[in-house]
Each structure stands twice: as C-alpha cells, then as structure tokens.
Design a protein around this ligand. Structure first.
Ligand code: CAA
Length: 261
C-alpha cells in the first residue's frame, strides 16, 4: 500500500471508510517539520481522490498531538527566505480537504500543533490534552492560523491571554469553551474518534461534503450570504440519488442504503 510509505506518518484504515492518520515523529514530539507537513499534504490529496474513504481521523501520540512547528528547522530562516517562499502558506491546504477531518488530541497540542488541530472539523480530546500558542516565548507569533482561529473558538479575551502569555489550556476548559466536542479518557480517545468517523461514513458522501462546506462558510460569509449559500447547497442535494434513497427509506421504515451519488 503506497499510503503507508511515509517517514513521519502512519496511515491505516481500521474501520471501513475511515482513514486514520497518525503523526509519528516521536523523537521530536511530532514537531511539524517540512517533511512531515509535505507527507500530510500528500496523504490528504490521495485520500481526497479515494472513493473508499469518507472521513479521516488525524491523531498524534499519547504524549503529543504535535509540539508545534519544528523550531530547529526554523531557527535560522531569514525574513527574506520566509517571505519569498511564503513560509507556512501551504498549511492552508488542510482547509481545502473536502471530507470531514476529525482531530483526536492527546498530550501537547502547541503552536503549529494547536493550529493544525483547530483546522480540523471536529476536535476530540483526551483528558491529558494541553492546548497552547507558546510562540510568544520564542520571540514570534502564531503563523499557522492561531491568531485568527483561536479568537473564533474562544473569544477575544481568552485568545489574547493565551497568545500573549503562552499559557496552556487544559482539556476540560477547552471542552467548556467549545473548542473540543468531547473529552474522554486517554484509552477511549481513538475508539471514540473512530466511532464518530464511522457514524459520519455511514451517510451519503455528497451530503457530508455539502454539510462541511456549508458549516465552514459560516466563518467566511456575512449571515445573509451564508444563509443563501446554505440554501443553494440544500436545493442541489435534491438532484442526488441519495436524497431520494434517504427519504424513501424513512417512509418505508428501513435503513437507507446510500450510494454516494
Ligand atoms: N520543534 C523541534 N523540536 C521539538 C519541538 C519543536 N516544536 N518540541 C519538542 N521538540 C523536541 C525537543 O527538542 C526534544 O528533542 P531532544 O531530545 O533532541 O532534545 C524532544 O522533542 C522532546 O522534547 P522535550 O525534552 O522538550 O520534552 P518535555 O516533555 O520536557 O517538554 C514540551 C515538552 C513542553 C512540549 C516542550 O518540548 C516544548 O516546549 N516544546 C516547544 C513548544 C513550542 O514552543 N511550540 C511552538 C513552536 S513555533 C510554531 O509552532 C509556529 C507556528 O505558529 C506554526
């Protein structure tokens, strides 16, 4: 399987239609270097085109989801290098992935690790998770979306506090603030994330994709445009076989058999 030939990722399909991508660079607490992010980009592109996969779970190790961008790799970059290559701009591609992406965080999700976690669609955490944007301690600021996504997730006061002090937030508080959808015991993290994935994968691939697209539009559009966007997608789903199947199954009191069409 070509998908498994990565140096910093493990890729597996433990449950039908659900792909598990595990960040696997234990020597550096899954610090996100160029090679790892390139591999993540590659696997997401392949998964996008794989009709067998309907949903992805992205996780790390028990100790760290990811401890941030790789500081050793970054230390000597000059402004001109960073500017010319538009350093970190490729991280936006995670957002272009159109299938649901479930983040499952245990241990540290710091800096870029937190930013990647926030770029997933649903975030689950184990009780050991610690989220933070410690870039301020390095003389920089978040560069992978942290200042923009954290404020939307937890509001300005908390986002400012975390970004200006570098303090971490524990799992329970992240749950109470709506940053994560569930906190579970460490050993339940992957089973629960895969269960959510399996449940999503049992729906029509077309409506899953439309639902993700519509919810994400809420971050970009004013309400009136967002409502219009939602309604257009809603109307379009009446052109699918799966809409006819889903509604027929309800009326005939049977389970829907979606064909992703
Ligand atoms: N980059 C490179 N290497 C890292 C790393 C990182 N972000 N985080 C950890 N490592 C390495 C350590 O250097 C260490 O390697 P060595 O054994 O070769 O020394 C190994 O991983 C284990 O780390 P520690 O010994 O530090 O483990 P710990 O348990 O004592 O501490 C920690 C854990 C609190 C997470 C600590 O490692 C830490 O503070 N890491 C850095 C966190 C950070 O500042 N992240 C932000 C990075 S900048 C960024 O992400 C910019 C952006 O917006 C994209």
């Amino acid at each position: 399987n070509l998908l498994t030939a990565y140096r910093n990722l493990k890729v597996d399909t433990p449950v039908k239609s659900v792909q598990l991508i595990s960040l696997d660079r234990p020597s550096a607490l899954n610090a996100l270097n160029r090679e790892l992010m390139g591999e993540l980009d590659d696997v997401l592109q392949k998964t996008q085109n794989d009709n067998q996969i309907k949903c992805v779970v992205l996780t790390g190790s028990e100790k760290a989801f990811a401890a941030g961008a790789d500081i050793k790799e970054m230390k000597d970059i000059s402004f001109v290098d960073a500017y010319k290559q538009d350093f970190l701009s490729s991280w936006n591609r995670i957002r272009e992935f159109r299938k649901p992406l479930i983040g499952a965080v245990s241990g540290y999700a710091l800096g870029g690790g937190f930013e990647v976690a926030m770029a997933t669609d649903i975030l689950l955490s184990s009780s050991s998770a610690k989220f933070g944007q410690p870039e301020i301690n390095l003389g920089i600021i978040p560069g992978g979306g942290g200042t923009q996504r954290l404020i939307r997730a937890v509001g300005k006061a908390k986002a400012m506090e975390m970004i200006l002090t570098g303090r971490m937030m524990k799992a329970q508080e992240a749950y109470e603030r709506g940053l994560v959808s569930q906190v579970v015991d460490n050993e339940q993290l992957l089973p629960e994330a895969l269960k959510v994935g399996e449940e999503i994968a049992s729906k029509s691939a077309v409506s899953i994709q439309a639902a993700k697209e519509a919810v994400n539009a809420a971050y970009e559009l004013p309400l009136s445009e967002g409502l219009r966007f939602e309604r257009r997608l809603f109307h379009q789903l009446f052109a699918t076989k799966d809409q006819k199947e889903g509604m027929s199954a309800f009326i005939e009191k049977r389970k829907a058999n979606f064909s992703d069409d």
